[in-house]
Design a protein around this ligand. Structure first.
Ligand code: CA2
Length: 149
């Protein structure tokens, strides 16, 4: 039997603070809660998940590059780097696999500077505004994209 498809879920700067501050914007769940929910959802879909967070743009770029060896899809909540990072765009553009851009909040209902995503051109699709549910939806999307390939 073939190995289950592996999904790299990346979380950028400050997302380690989830559940600690600003619950009115980002919800009450911690990143550890979301990690656990993703693992449960992945098991139900027959996927495996590698869930990571970094405050470092360089580390995120390295992980994206490494996804080419063994990962089948990437889900990324790049945090504030979404709105600034050509380096993440370039790294994601190299991938030949589904890439889902994800945000907890509806970035289009917030400040103008959040309306622009540098990484969106490299994404297969974008999910935002559904809180932690967005991670669940992203795994559904990855599953569909991989099984319809
Ligand atoms: O809505 C999202 O998921 C964002 O990617 C979150 C980023 C923000 O810069 C993006 O515009 C949208 C911020 C992540 C910081 O998360 C915090 C969580 C709790 C307390 C403080 C920050």
């Amino acid at each position: 039997m073939a190995d289950p498809a592996s999904v790299l879920i990346l979380n950028g700067p400050n997302l380690n603070m989830l559940g600690v501050r600003e619950p009115e914007i980002y919800g009450h769940e911690t990143l550890a809660d979301i990690d656990a929910a993703c693992k449960q959802k992945a098991t139900a879909l027959g996927l495996t998940v590698d869930f990571r967070q970094s405050n470092s743009e360089a580390e995120l770029v390295t992980w994206i590059q490494q996804a080419r060896d063994g990962q089948d899809a990437v889900v990324i909540n790049a945090g504030a780097l979404t709105h600034t990072s050509v380096a993440l765009l370039d790294a994601l553009s190299i991938l030949e696999m589904p890439v889902i851009e994800l945000h907890l909040s509806n970035i289009y209902a917030r400040e103008d500077f959040r309306h622009r995503s540098f990484i969106a051109p490299a994404a297969s699709g974008v999910i935002c505004g559904f809180g932690a549910l967005g991670y669940d939806l992203a795994l559904d999307a990855v599953h569909r994209l991989l099984t319809e390939e």
